[in-house]
Design a protein around this ligand. Sequence first.
Ligand SMILES: NC(=O)c1ccc[n+]([C@@H]2O[C@H](COP(=O)([O-])OP(=O)(O)OC[C@H]3O[C@@H](n4cnc5c(N)ncnc54)[C@H](OP(=O)(O)O)[C@@H]3O)[C@@H](O)[C@H]2O)c1
Length: 340
Amino acid sequence: MKKYSVAVVGVGAVGCEMLRVLRQRKFPIKNLRVFARSSRNITVDGITYHVKQISPGGFRGIDIALFAGTEGEKGAAVTYANEAIIRGAIVIDNGADFRMNKDVPLVVPEINPKDIKKHKGVIANPNCSTIQMVVALWPIYKKAGIKRIIISSYQAASGAGRGAVRQLIDELRFLSKSNYQDLKIKQKYQKALPQQLAFNVFPQIGVFGELDYTSEEWKTVRETHKIMHDDKIKISATTVRVPIRTGHGEAIYIETAKRITPDAVREIFEKAPGIKVIDNPKESSYPAPIDAEGKDEVFVGRIRKDPFVKNGLWMWVVSDNLRKGAALNAIQIAELLIKK
Ligand SMILES: NC(=O)c1ccc[n+]([C@@H]2O[C@H](COP(=O)([O-])OP(=O)(O)OC[C@H]3O[C@@H](n4cnc5c(N)ncnc54)[C@H](OP(=O)(O)O)[C@@H]3O)[C@@H](O)[C@H]2O)c1
């Protein structure tokens, strides 16, 4: 079997999960280089990786560069993706910097694997909350069409990176010291998030923009249109941060073009790739983030019809945001690339 030289850029929440998934899926690696802003050794699942300080020359000889660095102007992908490409690598980027560019395919392998053929050096991985939603909705879309989606997501701290998880843990430690007398923290922590997360939820992920929706909410809309190649679907989202370490939950309401029953949806899901149905409400059996952490599937439950709208359906969708929402999806794209 041919082996490949692979670079992982970033060793935060997603980068470490990348290292774990590469090993678990036995990706055929000839050479592995790990980059971040500074060099040091890190340990993931008992294995020590030497992290090198990122530099353009570091990408020499790399076939596939998996980017999981911070987004934005001074972020890893904007600064170094092109350096990797001119040295012969194909970049798979986890951030939002290139996702909506016309010549950058935005790929979820269960949905639009053929789009990777159109790449010109960069393939983008969609946003975590978008990936799990489209994996669940695609089989229904193919069978019955979808005209409308209303989604409320309940997103874990790790979706905002390792700093947000640290903030949640620090807040919980602080509150435990006072035996939870006063649940509002007045003391200032290093803030990775815009609000206290312990014993709290808040409806802000990203920054507020057009029509008072947040950037995360717009990602759900625009990325879904691009991945499903259908910008006629009416989508609106509310994204909420919740005090969970890993695993996003989503309450999703859809209106289908053709009528479809909850039982028919369950049957479609049984055959759909990457989906596991847990739907026995009478036994309190439904997906929960704590059970999804570390797993690959998108879990679906609470499938039920709208009592008033003929083609309306609800479902509850949970997945590990660091795996299918980021590292796993990116590595599945890499697997598709090498298969071709
Ligand atoms: N967390 C999720 O659920 C999730 C899901 C989908 C997509 N994403 C995207 O994945 C990316 C990584 O997110 P994360 O949650 O892993 O963030 P994170 O935990 O904050 O880690 C960021 C990593 O990026 C490195 N980095 C930052 N700027 C860099 C630069 N200029 N050059 C090289 N490395 C740089 C940091 O290096 P140092 O360690 O040296 O500081 C750190 O290792 C982001 O674009 C994010 O939007 C995240």
